[in-house]
Design a protein around this ligand. Structure first.
Ligand SMILES: [Zn+2]
Length: 145
């Protein structure tokens, strides 16, 4: 695990991904660099976001944070998990029992990482910038201290 790993950032990444799925239905990020100070997530997309869309994403993510939802882990057999979730990004060593992280009823995602106990611990979410290149939308974000 990276030295700069931050559970707040990682939980924020899950909320951002679910927000992107709900707003655009293009799937979760296919690549992410999550670090304490700032993070970036890459999405398959066909254009950059508009300022209004960036604002809407911030608004929704901050709404989930403000709701202070419980973050819970749950375990299920790989076969069962595979019916509901895309397991392709899980490492092979995840084994036959899959861990699902649920953020209230907003998001559920297979994950082996460390998370906050409640979404309110994340603090404020802000998009630093977005960029588009060759089918990839990159969102850079940070959290308030
Ligand atoms: Zn995760």
């Amino acid at each position: 695990m990276a030295k700069e790993y931050d559970p707040r950032m990682h939980s924020a990444e899950h909320i951002l991904n679910q927000t992107m799925v709900r707003m655009f239905d293009r799937g979760r990020s296919f690549s992410a660099h999550v670090e304490k100070k700032k993070s970036k997530c890459d999405y398959r997309f066909e254009r950059d976001l508009t300022p209004g869309e960036r604002q809407e994403i911030e608004h929704r993510v901050n709404g989930v944070i403000a709701a202070d939802l419980p973050v819970r882990e749950e375990f299920m057999p790989r076969e069962e998990a595979g019916r509901t979730f895309n397991l392709s990004r899980l490492p092979e060593e995840a084994g036959e029992t899959i861990r699902i992280i649920r953020i209230g009823d907003y998001d559920a995602c297979p994950c082996s990482g460390e998370h906050v106990g409640r979404s309110g611990e994340i603090g404020g979410f802000r998009i630093i910038s977005t960029a588009y290149d060759n089918g990839v939308l990159r969102i850079r974000f940070r959290l308030q201290e």
